[in-house]
Ligand binder design. Structure first.
Ligand SMILES: C[S@@+](CC[C@H](N)C(=O)[O-])C[C@H]1O[C@@H](n2cnc3c(N)ncnc32)[C@H](O)[C@@H]1O
Length: 187
């Protein structure tokens, strides 16, 4: 467990996470293409204003589902506003979680953790719960930012994921980021 209080990204700055320039620098489709297939159930954990959620919904197609999860109702409201009246309204389920409890029993094929794990207070409990949600053979893509999260802090996060039963392999190159792909250890 972490002793210091983790900073949570304020809803007021959500616009910075959802800009055109970011789309150009960190294109969701390009980043996620190797992990998401049509028909999958996928989770955008710590979805913020839904920069990735909408592309994920496009990628899973009509037969798939996206569960967009965030701690802050204000972030979920931004996603709700964006998908209102679109085909994605049926495909994206919004879920407000607790700081140390995701609270979902559904199983998913893929979990995206983009720029959010450093904000989670109890990372061991968090990864344990992600493990119960992820299907055997499923993948987690974790991406952390360059300045808030040092190399050693990132290694520490990966170690904590390993302690609860995740294997790791180097993730894709994402501009300005540290990445890792996690999978459940074989039973
Ligand atoms: C920096 S933002 C990133 C948002 C989005 N993933 C993106 O890349 O655009 C971090 C998000 O994680 C959410 N968050 C922080 N702690 C969380 C927790 N314990 N569980 C779920 N979401 C959390 C925040 O509310 C915020 O929306």
């Amino acid at each position: 467990m972490s002793s210091k209080k983790e900073h949570v990204c304020p809803v007021e700055i959500a616009g910075h996470l959802d800009s055109r320039i970011r789309r150009w620098l960190q294109n969701p489709e390009k980043i996620l293409r190797p992990y998401i297939e049509e028909g999958m159930t996928v989770m955008d954990m710590g979805c913020g204003p839904g920069f990735f959620s909408i592309d994920m919904a496009q990628m899973v197609g009509k037969s798939g589902r996206v569960i967009a999860v965030d701690l802050q109702e204000g972030m979920l409201q931004k996603v709700r506003d964006k998908i209102k009246g679109t085909e994605f309204e049926k495909r994206i389920t919004l879920h407000q979680c607790g700081k140390n409890k995701i609270g979902l029993s559904e199983q998913v094929d893929f979990v995206l953790l983009f720029y959010m794990v450093h904000e989670v207070p109890n990372k061991e409990a968090f990864f344990s719960e992600i493990k119960t949600i992820l299907k055997q053979g499923g993948q987690v893509l974790m991406v952390e930012p360059p300045f808030h999260v040092s190399k050693s802090a990132f290694q520490e996060i990966v170690r904590k994921a390993g302690d609860v039963g995740f294997t790791n392999v180097k993730g894709p190159n994402v501009l300005f980021s540290k990445t890792m792909v996690l999978a459940k250890k074989e039973k």
